[in-house]
Design a protein. Structure first.
Length: 143
């Protein structure tokens, strides 16, 4: 299945205007990649830039897209709700401008007891604009 053809809304518990990822580019059990164009009407855009809160939510929703893909296409069940448990080692080198395309890659390095620990990198082109570690806690509740 070509993952980029999947409607991202099918994988996320979030709904508009709170969807911070545009499409899924790659999925496997360890790495997931999303792509997003920073639009002027995004609720996390201020003064022409995608805010640090938007970047964090974009990273979290890349994790959510991974979870959604696993649930829908592998486990054949509903979408689980996840919560940001922690953001560590956050480095934001610059905020992307309206119109820029960001590509977010998460690398899961541990998954235990309903917790996912991942490293994230956000890029525009070949430029890394943010890095972080993130912990996501999964609820048993499905939507």
């Amino acid at each position: 299945m070509e993952v980029s053809l999947i409607d991202i809304h099918e994988l996320l518990p979030q709904q508009e205007p709170f969807v911070m990822v545009g499409c899924l580019l790659h999925f496997d059990m360890v790495e997931t990649v999303t792509q997003t164009v920073v639009n002027a009407d995004n609720i996390f855009v201020e003064e022409g830039k995608f805010t640090s809160s938007g970047i964090i939510e974009n990273i979290a929703q890349t994790c959510a897209a991974r979870i959604g893909y696993i649930n829908k296409y592998i486990l054949k069940k509903g979408i689980q709700i996840g919560f940001i448990g922690a953001v560590r080692k956050l480095q934001i080198f610059r905020l992307p401008d309206i119109g820029e395309t960001i590509v977010t890659k998460i690398h899961v390095f541990e998954e235990v007891f309903g917790m996912i620990l991942a490293e994230a990198e956000v890029k525009t082109g070949s430029e890394t604009i943010a890095k972080s570690e993130i912990k996501i806690a999964l609820s048993e509740k499905e939507v």
